[in-house]
Design a protein around this ligand. Sequence first.
Ligand SMILES: Nc1ncnc2c1ncn2[C@@H]1O[C@H](COP(=O)(O)OP(=O)(O)OP(=O)(O)O)[C@@H](O)[C@H]1O
Length: 505
Amino acid sequence: MFYLQGRNLNNISLLCRYVHLQKLELPHNRIKDLSCVSHMPYLITLDASHNCLSDFFGFQPPKNLKEVNLSYNQISEMKDLSAYSSLGRLVLDHNSVRRIHGLQSCISLTHLSLAHNKIARIHGLENLPLRELCLSGNMIEKIENLGTLRALQSLDLSSNRIHSLCGLNNLPLLGSINLESNLIKEASPIHDLYLLRDLNLRGNPVQDQPDYRLAIIFLLQQLTSLDQQPATAEEKVSAVNMYDPPLEEAAARDHMTQVLYQTLQPQGILDSTMPGLDAPYPMLVLTGPRACGKRELAHRLCQEFTEFFAYGACHTTREPYSGEEDGPDYHFITEEQFQNMIHMGKFIQTMQYGGHWFGLSWEAVESVAREGLACCVHMELEGVLSLKKSRFEPRYVLLIPTSTESYTHCLRHRQLYTQAEMQLDAAVSRIDLYGRVNRERPGFFDIVIPSDDRAQAYAVLRQAVMEYLNLEESRGGDSSPATPACSSNSKKGFAHLHLPYHILH
Ligand SMILES: Nc1ncnc2c1ncn2[C@@H]1O[C@H](COP(=O)(O)OP(=O)(O)OP(=O)(O)O)[C@@H](O)[C@H]1O
């Protein structure tokens, strides 16, 4: 080992003779030239911090060089370090480096610190085995290109100019995230950075965003420290409740919200949907995972059984798909209009799905009820849970795909998902969710119908409805419209609809 600290040395050429040196410490001098290191093939550790070096690694590579500290020098450019494959720790703090460069072949590099330089972008680190990365005190505006750092345990990006976490979108397995509007769209925790325990974003504008800590803790659930403060168990629970609440909790919260805003409005009587003496107002809800055909079947049913049913169109903030118009399927409104409607107590239930709002309004159901008809709607499970807390007592039909393969094919065909596999997997996993609820909560759905074959699914649905409305096939056969077997008031007839509970095997 050779140790020469604070001697004001600027020429160390005499060290060329020490060819067997393994550790060289030269901090706090005025050294400009490290070429003598070329003569030390066994060097393992080099500390040349606090000197006047402007040349980055200005020496021939010692084969086993593992640790290098060149902090507090005048280095402005990094160069290719492919000859330094043993390098494990590199400290370049307090230099003038503008661009991270030349590290691609450093297959042993586990610690890298480039604090207080002039770096504007995170790049050039792809696939490195880094465990600790410090880029504090630079000019970085966004978090990017970190998705391949699978060994990363500690990341320090403090005192930069990061104003958004949207760059986390680039991380594999993460859904699109929009923290600007405090909304995480189909987000899932970042599994690829599952070793990350310590994240520091102090001193960045992003800290001012509402629910900043909870959003990060949700995305990185294994964090133990955020901004040098422990990520507590309470925060983890709150984060999950906020961004991915258990179904019942989300439904209870939605129901409470709607009831609260309704009670703040002048009270009027919605007589068309008032329960009768012996039965509630009749409603039919088709539920099941997205694109399982519930909307199509709901329309078909309403078209065939015009004397009994009419379609209740929900409101949504999503854009109409091509060919969709305002009215028949949804009332398309802006996010602001939707929030206004919530505040005016207009909804029975609402739900966020895929980053958009959906809601069933009182008026949608009332307008159908005023015609003396039963309201037929479709919605996801979360909507059902919320609706079950209201005064309505619909019959619930679960339409469920039984072949994952054909369901995936159908999703692909409809091109619903832009971020491909990850979103497809999430959509498919909801089949299991419906299946689980059906198994674990007998009676939750009144009837379960496999949805893979639409024609068959409709035939079963139609048959069930006919039986319980006590209707008979007209002589025209299967495809002819049904006629009531009893001539009683259609609404009253449907009021006795009690579909059986089937367990799907
Ligand atoms: N008020 C509501 N509450 C809960 N879920 C709803 C509500 N209105 C619609 N949905 C559901 O939101 C999901 C997304 O609807 P959207 O119309 O965007 O999708 P889709 O791909 O056309 O689905 P589908 O073909 O099943 O109708 C659907 O499963 C739909 O049934």
